[in-house]
Structures are given as structure tokens and as C-alpha cells.
Design a protein around this ligand. Structure first.
Ligand code: 4NP
Length: 145
């Protein structure tokens, strides 16, 4: 089973949203999320992201807390997906050389950070579109080897 991790700055808004939206679309992958920073370490998913899960009936783990990506994570996961351009730059900087090929952009356009924009509905739209595109890509890769 391929292992996927979504990564944003705080691991309380965008990457947990991508984690649980993706889990609602498929059972075929190990899916988790992490932060590039330790700023929110141990804190729960942002209340507004939890409201998005409830309003769209997306099952989620309310005990999930923010966790910074680790050296082990870079080795363990097959796909390390940054939610925006600055997450990608941080990931490339943090990642051991031998694992850098695993780093990918979530979408061609960065997912705006709702921590700053306040627009969690826009984030959800972007996350849903991006997760569907990732699922199509992963299914094609599984088919074509
Ligand atoms: P996220 O949003 O990266 O989508 O989880 C943020 C959460 C917290 C902070 C910044 C962005 N912060 O500055 O603590």
C-alpha cells in the first residue's frame, strides 16, 4: 500500500483537511498529514477546519494533533505533498538528499493559507479538487506500474 503525507505550515488547517478529504475518497492508501514547523505541535485541528468536516459530512479523527515532519517520515512515506510553494521550499530544505524525489506539489497553484485568508470554504474547494486529481494520478500509476 502506497503511503502519502500532506504537509503544510501548521498541520492544523490545510494538510489535515487534505488528509481527511482524501480518506473520505479512498481506502487504498496510507494517508497522514504533518507540519513543516513545530509552531502548533500538539494542537488539535483548527475549529473552522473541523466545521468544514462536519458541514460536508467528512469523517475525521477529532483527537488528531499537529506533528512536525520527521526524518523517519521522509523515509517512511512514498509521496510527500506540500500544500503551497513555501511548504515545498521548506520540505526541500529539510529532506535528506536521498528522499528529495518524493516531494511533490499538491496542485499547480498553492492552496492559500486560511490561517491568514480566513476563507476555509475556498480552502475546502481547492483541497477537494486537488485530492480528486491526486487520486486519479495514483490510480493511473497503480494501473500502469
Ligand atoms: P496551516 O495553517 O499551515 O494550513 O495549518 C497555519 C496554521 C498555523 C499557523 C500558520 C498557518 N501559525 O502561524 O501558527
Amino acid at each position: 500500500m502506497k503511503k502519502i503525507v500532506f504537509v503544510c505550515l501548521g498541520n492544523i488547517c490545510r494538510s489535515p483537511m487534505a488528509e481527511f478529504v482524501m480518506k473520505s475518497l479512498t481506502d487504498d492508501y496510507v494517508i497522514e498529514s504533518r507540519a513543516t514547523s513545530s509552531w502548533e505541535h500538539g494542537n488539535p485541528i483548527h475549529e473552522r477546519t473541523q466545521e468544514i468536516f462536519k458541514s460536508h459530512e467528512i469523517p475525521y479523527d477529532s483527537s488528531k494533533t499537529s506533528q512536525q515532519i520527521s526524518k523517519n517520515d521522509f523515509e517512511y512515506f512514498d509521496y510527500i505533498i506540500g500544500m503551497d510553494e513555501s511548504n515545498l521550499l521548506d520540505l526541500i530544505r529539510m529532506c535528506p538528499k536521498s528522499q528529495k524525489h518524493k516531494i511533490e506539489a499538491f496542485a499547480s497553484e498553492s492552496v492559500p493559507d486560511p490561517w491568514y485568508t480566513g476563507d476555509f470554504d475556498e480552502t475546502y474547494d481547492r483541497v477537494l479538487t486537488g485530492c480528486k486529481a491526486w487520486l486519479t494520478r495514483l490510480e493511473n500509476e497503480a494501473k500502469n506500474g
